[in-house]
Design a protein around this ligand. Structure first.
Ligand SMILES: [Cu+2]
Length: 333
């Protein structure tokens, strides 16, 4: 497959999602069309996505990254169902703000990488095409054999296949594991691998936030931070959600150099499912601490309409890009 074809395909898919969402809202059930199992009628409504009159030159839209789940392609092979994903490593310039353009190392021209999603017990196959000029690899968290652990560097123009059973259910990061890892992760090669429990979870407006950082001058100190790749994006474009609707947030900290950060939401509390490894919450809070690569499911609903901030409570980090708002709009009628 040529680069050009691949980019066209990406664009077409993005436009399709965008048009669908702009057409007045799309149900969560429709977003799960490609899920491997039949989905029950879903009562969740997602507000129309505001037109993000983009002031940045980006190869992806963080507003769409939020709810973009890649369920792969289902294949039947020798009586076994395989969920196959295909990803492409590239170097892509992304505009972080009006003054700074950064050459990211990424999958499918986006930071974070695609959110891959399977159900516990699925056989998954990740076909990794390294079309970047540097060697990379994909290392998944979760349980799998040593040879699928992504410790081998994949050279430019080579393809690797990672295949294993998705287990255990929960929220797992995946990232490049080529040294220096701080550089490969800091450049953008990380994402989330969600493994759903076989019985599923209750309906909710589901979204993904990955916290990352940019060490612009390679001095081992981060200058900019972001939710889903672009500093301050959700500050400038608040995320619309409906009042009194359950939000399920899959959150991951992939910030290098800072040992830990917190995540805090204003004017509300959330239920914490640590590492996504339970069906019942472990605790309730409005702030949670995560070391690098820690991740959780947080669930909450907003009682009152209005704009509410979310950010790490390390205020320096918040003030350097890790900042956003939920725009809670009156209940859907
Ligand atoms: Cu790498």
């Amino acid at each position: 497959m040529s680069d050009l074809f691949h980019l066209d395909r990406l664009k077409t898919r993005r436009q399709f999602i965008q048009w669908g969402l702009l057409a007045g809202g799309i149900s969560a059930a429709a977003l799960k069309l490609n899920a491997g199992k039949a989905q029950a009628a879903n009562s969740v409504k997602i507000p129309p996505i505001p037109k993000t009159d983009n002031y940045l030159d980006l190869s992806f839209n963080p507003m769409l990254v939020l709810r973009d789940f890649d369920y792969g392609t289902l294949k039947e092979e020798n009586g076994q169902t395989v969920r196959e994903f295909e990803v492409y490593a590239h170097s892509t310039p992304i505009q972080l703000n009006s003054a700074i353009t950064f050459v990211s190392w990424n999958l499918n021209d986006r930071v974070p990488a695609p959110t891959l999603r399977a159900t516990e017990g699925d056989r998954v196959r990740i076909i990794f095409h390294n079309q970047d000029g540097h060697s990379h690899s994909l290392h998944f968290h979760g349980t799998h054999p040593a040879e699928m652990d992504g410790m081998t560097s994949i050279r430019r123009d080579k393809t690797a296949v990672y295949e294993f059973d998705a287990e255990p259910y929960g929220v797992h990061p995946y990232h490049c594991h080529v040294a220096p890892i701080t550089r490969h992760v800091g450049k953008g090669l990380y994402g989330l691998f969600i493994v759903d429990p076989p019985e599923g979870r209750p309906d909710a407006d589901e979204m993904v936030m990955v916290m990352g950082a940019y060490d612009l001058d390679s001095d081992g100190v981060n200058e900019l931070y972001a939710f889903n790749g672009i500093p301050n994006y959700y500050r400038d474009y608040p995320i619309p959600i409906y009042q009194n609707q359950l939000i399920r947030l899959y959150i991951l900290n992939m910030i290098e150099f800072d040992p830990a950060v917190t995540f805090h939401i204003h004017a509300n509390m959330f239920q914490v499912y640590r590492t996504g490894r339970s069906l019942e919450p472990n605790e309730e809070s409005d702030v949670i601490t995560m070391g690098t690569a820690e991740r959780h499911i947080l669930e909450f609903a907003y009682k009152y309409p209005g704009k509410y901030m979310f950010h790490p409570h390390q205020d320096y980090i918040a003030e350097h890009g890790c900042m956003g708002y939920f725009d809670v709009i009156s209940e859907a009628v």
